[in-house]
Design a protein around this ligand. Structure first.
Ligand SMILES: Cc1cc2nc3c(=O)[nH]c(=O)nc-3n(C[C@H](O)[C@H](O)[C@H](O)COP(=O)(O)O)c2cc1C
Length: 415
């Protein structure tokens, strides 16, 4: 190697390690800005490649760590679990639980991994993720590409070891989202295998019956099918040995493309079979509003991002009404601001998840959404997330109208 090349390589290495040292010792805001400034570069790459880079960066501790405490108004308790804030990362980003510590560290109140199938599977052939940058939307047909339950079990055990060794790692609740292998004939059996392998690592479990990219999966949302599935999965969970805290709660993740009878059936099964909560919703097979104008709209797969907000929030609201506000709901679909998250909460969500906005905006999104959400609550006189849940349904909440406080007035507290 000539002297010039050697010097250039050396200089490059010194500059890179200097930049890395600066980044790793910078404060949270600076780290967030630096990490987010790589966004435009990542968006020039193929969407699947930038997804892989994001996961690898998070797995190697290269994402910013937000150590600032969340505003007290965002603290909430759902399913008996404590959340420092109600904003979670939806399933599909960390499919194999490779980067949980890094993702928790970004300031999410909780992280959901998966969907995980019993056996590893490659998913659909690429390209299988398509951006519509003008609408900050995505269409994907990944098809449950994942390393399978055994590998994910190892990753989750490693995460738990890491948390024990390093108390500075932020540890919000962890959701494990289960799917079925494409070639499996017996869907219930697949969910039960996933549950048996992974439930001991989960704070909550999700049975995903709503991905549009696995043939026949969404048919499991039908009344008879869902009832049989829930009974079998719950039975398997309850036959396992659990400590004093009992088994993790079981949630069902539903599609936004449901008819009125579908919604009524799901609500009835959820209430009658002891499901602990619903995630509303997965991606849509519809192409609402301006989406149809873009060539990517022709691609098969599920649409996510802002064009999904209206549809998924309206289904969320329906599910709150149909379950009489008796079942905790997780609102997901199209959230990219605190106002969006607040709308989901008022419509009936106890917790909120997002994915696509994070893929577009990067780490700065999370503190921004949390700050805006706290401002929305404060503006309308809610002292906590729990007070605002279902505020758009005063008939169900027992007559307390929008903006009214469920807690005692200040004179009462003074007494
Ligand atoms: C690329 C991609 C992959 C996804 N993979 C999964 C998955 O494996 N399991 C699942 O339950 N949801 C999956 N989802 C759906 C998201 O969890 C979420 O429900 C949906 O994207 C709506 O939220 P958003 O508009 O904030 O992205 C995926 C979404 C995207 C964009």
């Amino acid at each position: 190697m000539s002297k010039l090349i050697k010097r250039t390589v050396l200089l490059g290495a010194v500059a890179a390690s200097g930049a890395a040292a600066f980044y790793l010792t910078a404060d949270t805001d600076t780290q967030m800005e630096i990490a987010s400034s790589t966004g435009p570069l990542l968006r020039m790459l193929d969407p699947e490649l930038s997804h892989i880079i994001g996961i690898q960066a998070a797995a190697r501790g290269l994402l910013p760590r937000d150590t600032r405490p969340d505003p007290p108004s965002l603290h909430t308790k759902v399913f008996g679990l404590e959340f420092s804030n109600p904003l979670g990362l939806a399933a599909g980003f960390d499919k194999n639980a490779e980067a949980v510590a890094g993702l928790m560290g970004l300031g999410f109140g909780f992280v959901e991994v998966g969907s995980i199938t019993p056996r590893p599977q490659p998913g659909n052939p690429p390209p299988r993720v398509f951006r519509i940058p003008e609408l900050k939307a995505t269409i994907n047909r990944y098809g449950f590409n994942n390393l399978g339950a055994d590998a994910v079990q190892d990753h989750l055990a490693e995460f738990e070891k890491k948390v024990l060794q390093d108390p500075s790692i932020k540890r919000g609740p962890l959701g494990v989202n289960l799917g079925k292998n494409k070639s499996s004939k017996d869907a219930s059996q697949d969910y039960c295998i996933g549950l048996t392998r992974l439930a001991q690592h989960a704070d909550y479990l999700v049975v995903n019956v709503s991905s549009p990219n696995t043939p026949g999966l969404r048919a499991l949302q039908g009344r008879k099918e869902l009832e049989a599935l829930v009974k079998q999965v719950k039975g398997t969970r309850d036959r396992m040995l659990w400590g004093p805290g009992g088994p993790p709660p079981l949630l069902i993740k539903v599609a936004p493309d449901l008819s009125e009878p579908d919604k009524r059936d799901i609500a009835a099964v959820a209430l009658n079979c002891g499901v602990d909560g619903l995630i509303v919703s997965n991606t849509t097979i519809q192409r609402p509003g301006r989406v149809a104008e873009f060539p990517a709209a022709q691609e098969a797969g599920g649409l996510s991002g802002p064009p999904l907000l209206e549809l998924s929030t309206s289904v969320l609201s329906d599910m709150y009404r149909l379950t009489g506000g008796r079942l905790p709901l997780v609102g997901c679909g199209g959230v990219s601001s605190g106002e969006d998250a607040y709308r989901k909460i008022r419509a009936g969500a106890s917790l909120v998840q997002l994915y696509t906005a994070f893929a577009y905006e990067g780490p700065t999104l999370i503190p921004r959404v949390k700050r805006e959400l706290a401002e929305c609550l404060d503006r309308d006189g809610f002292r906590s997330v729990a007070e605002a849940v279902g505020a758009d349904h005063p008939d169900i909440r027992g007559g307390s109208g929008p903006g009214t406080r469920k807690t005692s007035p200040s004179w009462f507290r003074w007494w």
